[in-house]
Design a protein around this ligand. Structure first.
Ligand code: MEV
Length: 472
């Protein structure tokens, strides 16, 4: 790769060098009152926590305390529910809960609830839904639903002996988890496989029980972790009693038992397709021209990491928003999806496109470990509502819906990027944020929104217009 370029040195920044070690964070300098860690904070009542916070970090500012309390729910029961979701709750943090209607998925029209703070994401999803709705809609298929968990352990001895031991103890492992798995088995899930893996090439004496699970409609984290801890217990106890092991071999050290958020065999495929001559809705581009540009943009994301990350971030705008609305673990999904994007050794685009026989195709396969029972799904009233809007989907249905939201989002973003540019739509949606930042009155908002129907939105142009009105 040839690199030609100039470096620009900004005055002031160039003298930023880590001269000595005085960058250590000194709490007492920032907050002279706070010289010692607080003890027993979790035992304080909510009021006491806020009082403490106000005293030590908020300068006893009554406005700050008012903001915190403003977000408490007036219904005590609902507030208590939120207080009990996590620890040390002092308030609630709202995010917009929006709706992207008109998603035609496998022939069914679905309205997708989305929780996201970023303007224009829901608008882009809705637009893409409308676009593909009149071109046959989205097709989605679940390819597999295996979830993974591992017991990581240290064994100092002969591998063939460990293999023999594992074969002998295998049925005991499965029997030991029966009390945990019996309900899951009634629903058609359970433990699928337990495999002994030798990882000593990577790390001395390191072995694993690598286990596959089917957790049906639950995300299954608690189920998997409980099974793994039981496997670990049996493994360790039985090793102690195994007569073929010497003293060192008997002493298996369990390091950790935990599910993996990397689920390359819990994958869903979402796709759209249409004849080239139906592809463009832009009078300036015909279907072939649009497809050429679109395919090249996807190709760039396939071969260029910097673009791939942003491209995939756009996909995650759609995915995370539905994952959040349905009370699923978006950190798990993010971690798993990005690992999958680099499964072949290089981070690359999650979506792909082709044109064959004058048919344009756009698709994505991604791993999604989701649940529609358990966790927050029956606790959080808005999560329950989101699932109700989605007609109480199974986990597999939800995988399809989430994948479609991601694909639609990516289609919308790439379509804008290769035609109008992203800022046109984005800034229009961002206009309200700028107006709110400037504390615009409703009259000012009305006037400015009207003005920018015909003019290009930029931060400075909005400020200019606002100043003009205010001067008048
Ligand atoms: C912004 O949140 C998402 C985009 O950057 C995605 C993309 O570039 O494809 C617009």
């Amino acid at each position: 790769m040839k690199k030609i370029g100039f470096k620009l040195y900004l005055p002031g920044l160039s003298d930023y060098t880590p001269r000595n070690n005085n960058c250590i964070f000194e709490l007492s300098k920032i907050n002279p009152k706070m010289t010692e860690p607080v003890a027993g904070f979790s035992k304080f009542s909510k009021e006491e926590k806020i009082q403490w916070l106000s005293n030590y970090y908020l300068n006893n500012d009554p406005e700050a305390v008012k903001v915190l309390k403003q977000y408490w729910n007036r219904e005590d029961k609902l507030q208590q529910l939120h207080d009990e979701f996590t620890e040390n709750t002092i308030s609630n943090f709202y995010l917009p809960f929006g709706l992207a209607p008109n998603f035609l998925i496998n022939g069914r029209l679905i309205a997708i609830p989305m929780v996201i703070e970023e303007s224009s994401v829901i608008a882009a999803a809705s637009k893409a839904a409308k676009f593909w709705g009149s071109r046959g809609g989205f097709k989605a298929t679940v390819l597999n639903t295996k979830k993974i968990g591992q017991v990581h352990f240290i064994y100092k001895g002969d591998f063939s002996k460990l293999q023999r031991f594992f074969t002998e103890v295998y049925s005991q492992l499965l029997d030991a988890v029966k009390p945990i798995t019996k309900n899951m088995e009634k629903r058609g899930g359970g433990v699928l496989e337990v495999e002994l893996r030798d990882k000593t090439e990577k790390l001395e004496n390191y072995y694993q029980l690598h286990c596959n699970f089917d957790t049906r409609d639950s995300m299954g984290a608690n189920f998997i972790n409980s099974c793994l801890e039981k496997f670990a217990e049996v493994l360790q106890n039985e090793a102690h009693n195994y007569s073929d092991f010497n003293a060192e071999e008997k002493d298996i050290e369990i390091l950790m038992s935990i599910l993996s958020n990397y689920v390359p065999e819990c994958v869903v495929r979402a796709e759209v397709s249409c004849p080239l001559d139906e592809l463009s809705d832009d009078p300036k581009l015909d279907g072939q021209e649009f497809a050429d540009k679109f395919l090249r943009a996807i190709r760039i994301a396939e071969v260029e990491k910097h673009r791939a990350v942003t491209h995939n971030k756009g996909i995650m705008n759609g995915i995370d928003a539905v994952v959040l609305a349905t009370g699923n673990d978006f950190r798990a999904v993010e971690a798993g999806v990005h690992a999958y994007a680099s499964k072949d050794g290089e981070y690359t685009s999650l979506t792909h496109a082709s044109v064959e026989n004058k048919i344009f195709r756009f698709w994505m396969e991604i791993p999604l470990a989701l649940g529609t029972v358990g966790g927050l799904t029956s606790l959080h009233p808005l999560v329950k509502l989101a699932l109700q809007i989605l007609q109480k989907p199974s986990a597999e249905d939800l995988m399809k819906i989430v994948a479609v939201a991601g694909l639609a989002q990516n289609f919308g973003a790439v379509k804008s990027l290769i035609t109008t540019g992203i800022q046109q739509g984005h800034m229009k949606m961002h206009l309200m944020n700028i107006l709110n930042q400037q504390h615009a009155t409703s009259q000012e908002k009305e006037f400015i929104i009207d003005f920018f129907r015909k003019n290009k939105v930029s931060h400075s142009s909005v400020i200019d217009q606002l100043e003009k009105i205010r001067q008048q």
